[in-house]
Design a binder for this molecule. Structure first.
Ligand code: BDP
Length: 720
């Protein structure tokens, strides 16, 4: 064949490949692209020449299939199975399946010491041959070990002399989907629910379920609450349970249990009883029977998540009972089956004279120690409601006798939905590493959560996901990093968000320094940037009332007013939550309490959260409070522009589809950042009466204009 024709054929072949492989983000961080470092490629190929992996259970089969996918993709190797140890053999399994090899490798004791989900990855010389052993205490542990091993190659790590011993530090690592039974998702911005209730349970072998489960398992997520906390009682009816069992079957090979939200009034709504009171023996009996029914349909059902007496939801207080009475009724029904109750502590009275920040603590702290042993009380990370920045919830460190599960939000309800690139790993890390001082210095939220594993043998972290039917799962591609970071931090809450971001970039984009550096910079600055152009200096809850996107600090109606959150007047702004104000600081242990209470020691990022200050208050920077506010809003917009600049550095170094997707959203983000900045400053200026310095880019429109902007996005939630 002449060279020209050959060349043309090759060109056609490559463009067809490119077309087929148009990047849409569907593969998440499990892309397994060919290793482009030749030295490493040879090394990896040498070490994975043979596979000894007897897979006699669905979880081991899932692990083996993943291994095959990874090796084929990254190393272009097929599974070359062997029953005899040869040089370059990868041996994987548990003490039940690969006992002699573990013994020979002197690993039996170490494996026995693992927790149920732990694993070991070790290089060994066996019969003079070089081998790598991946061994879990259980099948699930092995599955996690395989994902870790693949990650080593995805991030191009050296595979020499491996000895990795991993146990998760938190035992319940759970996603709390806010998916409604009609397919919509409350506060979800990436399409519709993944659960196709109409086709379930028959069509459970949908690849989308499998890929979802693979992604979760790859970061160690082991539980999924299927439906919204604003629950519908009918999700507990038999026909819906049968549908849910289809999802349970799809997720089981990946070590994931399903949970459901339980509407407290279910005994009335679907049980035909006159009451849902925990004092009523018939009600208690109803829950017991219901739970038995659930386990007959889903044998490994995880348990219930409950939102009670919060934002209009029914609960035990409707019957003069406490949260503990309500939670224990469900816990007693679940206990014989090993099920768990997650009882949310997100409660507040809609009364204007009560500081919302203090109500969760006030309701739950007195109940410490009154909950059954299979109950988690679940506060959000901060005491208000998933704001771009909040101090940690004061219940952390204040309920030593009740295991607390921390709930974070992965979906960006108050952080720009999917239009804004905001890496939340840093937000999660900030709260996890906050020192509560509950047991002296070093009692970080992370340590408090892990501590329950020692005291109560259970520990939990929950996240409200950002996942939907969009082809790339999360709408904004970088939303994937937040799902990833959540899982990694739930596994090990002391992991550094920077390391997690680095890992994610390598797996998602490239191992090239020139790609990693600018993207890492963008990710690490992005959350602070968002805070700067939306709610700096401790401001919060000034977003649009309905959609929670875009500014609306002027919202003021009899039901809800933003003025409760900023309390702006001509003289001052902020809320006095010190000892002389609402006293919220008193809910924190010393010295945190004193630190927040003191105007000079209070971290600047929480200033207006805890203190009410005059516009001319002199800030440590030398600027007045007004000028400091202006400074932050402008800085935020400048930083979005910097993020755009940084993104241009990867042009041509990554695929053009994902490049364009992000570039376009960053432009959108810039527009919205300007909207936030201009609208908020013009609004606050009405009170401060002070100018926006002339040398700065002046607001594009009048305050009136911003107030008239309609909000086109529907809020797809409901409360009843
Ligand atoms: C708020 C959301 C609302 C949720 C509620 C909750 O706006 O949609 O139902 O939290 O967590 O942030 O229960």
């Amino acid at each position: 064949m002449n060279t020209k024709i050959l060349f043309l054929l090759m060109a056609a072949y490559f463009s067809a490949c490119c077309y087929l492989h148009a990047e849409n983000g569907y593969e998440l961080w499990l892309r397994y692209k060919p290793t482009d470092n030749t030295r490493l490629l040879h090394e990896y190929q040498k070490k994975n020449k043979y596979i000894l992996f007897p897979a006699n259970s669905p979880q081991l089969q899932a692990a083996k299939e993943e291994l095959e996918r990874g090796l084929q993709g990254m190393l272009q190797l097929c599974l070359n199975e062997t029953e005899k140890v040869k040089d370059g053999t990868l041996i994987a399994g548990t003490l039940q399946t690969i006992a002699p090899y573990c013994q020979q490798a002197l690993l039996t004791d170490s494996i026995n010491q693992l927790t149920d989900e732990g694993y070991i990855i070790a290089s060994r010389k066996m019969e003079k041959q070089e081998v790598i052993i991946i061994a879990g205490k259980t099948d699930k542990g092995t599955l996690y070990g395989i994902f870790h091993y693949l990650r080593l190659m995805q991030t191009q790590q050296n595979l020499d002399n491996l000895f990795i011993k991993e146990n998760p530090k938190i035992s319940y690592r759970v996603l709390n989907h806010w998916d409604n039974l009609n397919g919509s998702i409350e506060r979800g911005y990436a399409g519709y629910s993944l659960w196709n209730w109409e086709r379930l349970p028959m069509h459970k072998n949908d690849d989308r379920y499998k890929d979802y489960a693979r992604a979760n398992a790859s970061v160690g997520i082991n539980g999924v609450v299927l439906n919204n906390v604003n629950a519908e009682a009918k999700s507990l009816c038999r026909e819906w349970l049968v549908k849910a069992s289809g999802l349970a079957d799809a997720f089981r090979p990946y070590g994931i249990r399903v949970y459901l939200t339980a509407k407290f009034s279910a005994p009335k709504e679907i049980g035909g009883l006159k009451t849902a009171s925990p004092k009523d023996p018939q009600v208690r009996e109803w829950w017991k029977k219901k739970v038995q029914e659930i386990y007959s349909i889903i044998p490994d059902f995880g348990g219930f998540l409950v939102k009670a007496n919060s934002e209009g939801q029914p609960g035990p207080q409707d019957y003069g009972c406490s949260h503990a009475d309500g939670a224990n009724m469900l816990a007693e029904a679940l206990e014989p089956f090993g099920g768990i109750v997650f009882w949310r502590a997100f409660v507040y009275q809609n009364e204007r004279h009560v500081d919302r920040v203090i109500t969760g603590y006030n309701e739950f702290k007195p109940l410490d120690g009154q909950f059954n042993r299979n109950v988690f009380v679940q506060p959000k990370n901060g005491p208000i409601d998933f704001q771009p920045r909040e101090p940690f919830h004061p219940l952390f460190g204040s309920m030593p006798n009740t295991p607390l599960s921390m709930e974070v939000q992965i979906t960006q309800e108050n952080l720009g939905h999917t239009h804004h690139l905001v890496y939340l790993g840093t937000l999660f890390e900030e709260v996890l590493q906050s020192d509560t001082y509950a047991n002296g210095q070093g009692s970080t939220v992370s340590k408090i959560l892990q501590g329950y594993e020692k005291s109560h043998h259970i520990s939990a972290i929950a996240g409200v996901p950002n996942i939907g039917s969009d082809i790339n799962w999360t709408g904004q591609l970088f939303g994937q990093a937040n799902w990833y970071a959540f899982g990694r931090l739930a596994w090990n809450p002391d992991e550094k968000s920077q390391d997690i971001a680095n890992e994610w970039i390598r797996m998602t984009f490239s191992n090239e320094k020139e790609v990693i550096a600018p993207i890492l910079k963008i990710m690490l600055m992005s959350r602070e940037t968002y805070v700067n152009y939306t709610m700096p200096l401790g401001l919060n809850h000034i977003m649009n009332y309905g959609t929670h996107n875009g500014p609306e600090p002027w919202h003021d109606d009899p039901v809800w007013t933003a003025f409760d959150y900023h309390k702006v007047t001509r003289d001052s702004i902020g809320i006095n939550r010190t000892k002389t104000g609402s006293g919220a600081v008193l809910q924190y242990h010393k010295p945190v309490c004193e630190q927040f209470n003191s105007l000079t020691n209070c971290p600047q990022e929480y200033l207006l959260w805890f203190h009410r200050l005059p516009w001319n208050y002199s800030m440590p920077s030398g600027r007045t409070l007004w000028n400091e506010l202006v400074f932050h809003y402008y800085k935020g917009v400048d930083e979005v522009r910097e993020m755009q600049q940084l993104w241009t550095q990867v042009e041509g170094k990554i695929d053009k589809e994902r490049y364009r997707h992000v570039a376009s959203l960053l432009k959108y983000q810039e527009e919205e950042a300007i909207w936030w900045r201009d609208a908020c400053l013009l609004f606050f200026q009405e009170y401060s009466g002070q100018p926006i310095p002339q040398e700065l880019e002046q607001p594009r429109h009048s305050l009136d204009y911003y107030k008239r902007i309609p909000f086109p996005y529907e809020w797809n939630g409901y409360y009843d």
